[in-house]
Ligand binder design. Structure first.
Ligand SMILES: [Zn+2]
Ligand SMILES: [Zn+2]
Length: 274
């Protein structure tokens, strides 16, 4: 069944986590399920998400750590407060009707400190729990954000593109690199899309609607670098990031060092028309 949709699941997982993912159909139980893990860590050395049918109408996703995850747990313990905050926000972005349990931890303040860490999600009242569409839905709704949270904690590197730096170095050069790193982090992008959708907040373009399967081009913009420059405050991916289409995003960053604001861009757009 699900085998035919494996590529789709893989692509969404890899886009969302920024890591190489392995998927296997698991037939060891009474009813077949899915197992998903980070390709470079294999199943024993890192987190594994298992999806199984639950009751007659549900799914259960369980995230556990393999028996030899000591090194990865050590790495997770060194995650920065910002990484931890983003990981928690990713899990918090899971739909409210899906029940999340983290044994021995609070849902808002959880952290991974030992290999005994577990996270369980229960999805109830599915119409066709064994259909591909429902399984893909659970991957998208639950496994992608959960695995993205783990990827953020583990610290999968964000691939840095060559920076086109025409502008001379300015005081906020460090800030600029912080902002670029956040804008290019696939987990920040995933969270921004899960919260705000994929519609450009300046022009309303929805690339996925416009270009179909070639439409995964929405970009993430970091708001308010000016205030960050003047008085640093804790960064919140939920409120500090907005989706912009590639055109509007490019336009925003034509002004240095402080990009045009969303309101300024909206005004500029209207101003050049007859
Ligand atoms: Zn736009
Ligand atoms: Zn930007």
């Amino acid at each position: 069944m699900i085998a035919g949709k494996k590529d789709l699941i893989l692509r969404e997982l890899e886009d969302g986590t920024g890591a190489a993912i392995a998927v296997a159909v698991d037939r060891s139980g009474l009813r077949s399920g899915l197992r998903i893990w980070f390709g470079d860590l294999d199943e024993k050395h890192g987190p594994v998400s298992e999806l199984r049918p639950h009751g007659l109408k549900g799914h259960r996703v369980t995230l556990i750590f393999g028996n030899f995850s000591g090194a990865v747990i050590g790495q997770i313990r060194k995650a920065s407060p910002e990484d931890v905050q983003l990981a928690r926000a990713l899990v918090a972005s899971i739909r409210q009707d899906i029940e999340i349990e983290i044994p021995g931890e609070s849902l808002s303040q959880w952290s991974v400190t030992t290999g005994a860490f577990q996270m369980r999600a229960t999805i109830r009242e599915l119409a066709q729990p064994l259909e591909d569409a429902e399984i893909i839905g659970t991957c998208r709704d639950v496994i992608v954000p959960m695995m993205a949270a783990m990827a953020e904690l583990i610290g999968y590197d964000v691939i840095e593109e060559a920076v086109d730096d025409e502008s001379p170095a300015f005081e906020g050069a460090t800030l600029k690199s912080v902002v670029q790193r956040r804008e290019r982090n696939p987990r920040n992008r995933l969270l921004c899309i899960r919260i705000h959708g994929e519609k450009c907040v300046v022009c309303g373009l929805e690339p996925r609607f416009e270009y179909g399967e070639a439409g995964s081009i929405i970009e993430v913009h970091h708001l308010e670098p000016l205030s960050l420059l003047i008085e640093p405050r804790p960064y919140d991916p939920r409120t500090d990031l907005v989706p912009l289409c590639p055109n509007c995003h490019r336009a925003a960053h034509t002004r240095h060092p402080i990009p045009f604001s969303i309101e300024e861009l909206k005004d500029l757009r209207g101003s050049c028309r007859d």
